[in-house]
Design a binder for this molecule. Structure first.
Ligand code: SF4
Length: 359
């Protein structure tokens, strides 16, 4: 099981309300491997697969007796390092300042044991930069070298070897953490088409239940994708010499999200009933019903119970399942005391409340 404060991995899954959760770090794998993973998640878990805000994969609903069969079923080669992150289009994006993969590999080789949850971003720049990702140490490629952000200090650009040495020196003081960049760029948008040096990447998002993920991965292979990878922003990128039209049609048919302004992106919903034994309400159907009515700018969190798995932090409006009813928490978390309780069927009331909560 996962030690306190550590990230849940395949080797150390974390107990949650719907069984054990295992996390697989973001990284490209061929579509056929994703089909195998989806089938294994359905057979050995509850079939719910999520892509996190950092682009990592989460397999839900595993059981102590199914973790090893699941791990054997998906095979080797999946990424294992959740702590050193680079762009999902590293080495492929013609607009990146530098390929971050060699530096990331050098950091991994030089830092066998980082503190739990200590994150290092190695950001080559480009369309999908990492400014939205919290990181304790941040290397960012510029036209003249790599900058290192350590706490509230930003070192001037350094050649790659010196940047590595500076980062290793900064690791000697792991308590001095930063989280977000001191000079953020305009937000990166993973959804849509991204031209690559050779080929294209297509970003989509959505609820990746096992059959839907397997069907999309199969369509991606048919459309020419050589790899799929999770990407920051809860997105899935298909990469390769793509013919994007048929793949977009498949994504629409499967109910996946292809447009950045799709209102479903404003909702964070956990597994809910019936997938999770702790859930008091069915969050996913409620999310589908409420999505067309979520006003722009309103972040809505639907939680089947007060554990708040889908969004542990505050949201503009949280709806939390309690004893078969829905509690309303404006500006708080699923653990906070609701200001009001509604019947689970009270859809018109919920829609009216969201309109009132619009920023
Ligand atoms: S928040 Fe949702 S997924 Fe997490 S334990 Fe509660 S009902 Fe289950």
């Amino acid at each position: 099981m996962t030690p306190r404060g550590a990230c849940p991995s395949l080797a150390a899954p974390m107990p949650t309300g719907d069984g054990l959760l295992a996390r697989i770090p973001a990284g490209p794998m061929p579509p056929a491997r994703w089909i195998t993973l989806a089938e294994a998640a359905a057979r050995h878990g509850n079939g719910l697969i999520e892509i996190t805000a950092r682009g990592n994969l989460q397999i839900r609903g595993l059981h102590p007796t199914t973790v090893i069969p699941f791990t054997e079923a998906i095979g080797t080669g999946w990424p294992t390092d959740p702590l050193v992150t680079h762009s999902p289009l590293a080495g492929l994006d013609p607009t990146e300042q530098a390929d971050p993969r060699p530096l990331a590999a050098a950091i991994r080789a030089a830092t066998p044991a980082l503190p739990p949850k200590f994150a290092i971003a190695v950001d080559g720049g480009g369309a999908l930069h990492l400014d939205a990702l919290a990181a304790d140490l941040r290397l960012t490629a510029t036209a003249t070298g790599w900058t290192l952000q350590h706490g509230d200090t930003l070192l001037p650009p350094l050649p790659e070897a010196e940047a590595l040495a500076a980062l290793l020196a900064a690791l000697a003081d792991p308590t001095r953490r930063s989280r977000l960049p001191l000079a953020p760029r305009p937000p990166a948008e993973p959804l849509g088409l991204h031209p690559l040096r050779h080929g294209l990447a297509l970003g989509i998002a959505g609820a990746f239940e096992a059959p839907r993920l397997a069907a999309y991965a199969e369509a991606a292979a048919t459309a020419g994708a050589t790899a799929l990878t999770g990407a920051p922003g809860r997105a899935l990128l298909a990469i390769g010499p793509l013919t994007p039209g048929p793949l977009l049609e498949t994504a629409h048919r499967l109910g996946l999200i292809t447009q950045p302004d799709d209102p479903r992106r404003r909702i964070a919903a956990c597994a809910g009933r019936p997938a999770c034994a702790s859930a008091a309400i069915a969050t996913r159907p409620l999310a589908e019903a409420l999505a067309p009515h979520v006003p722009p700018g309103l972040a809505l969190h639907l939680s089947g119970c007060p554990k708040g798995c889908a969004h542990p932090g505050r949201a503009a409006l949280t709806l939390v399942g309690l004893d078969g009813r829905i509690g309303l928490v404006p500006g708080g978390t699923a653990r906070d005391r609701p200001t009001r309780m509604l019947d689970a069927e009270a859809l018109p009331d919920l829609i009216a409340l969201m309109q009132d909560a619009a920023p």
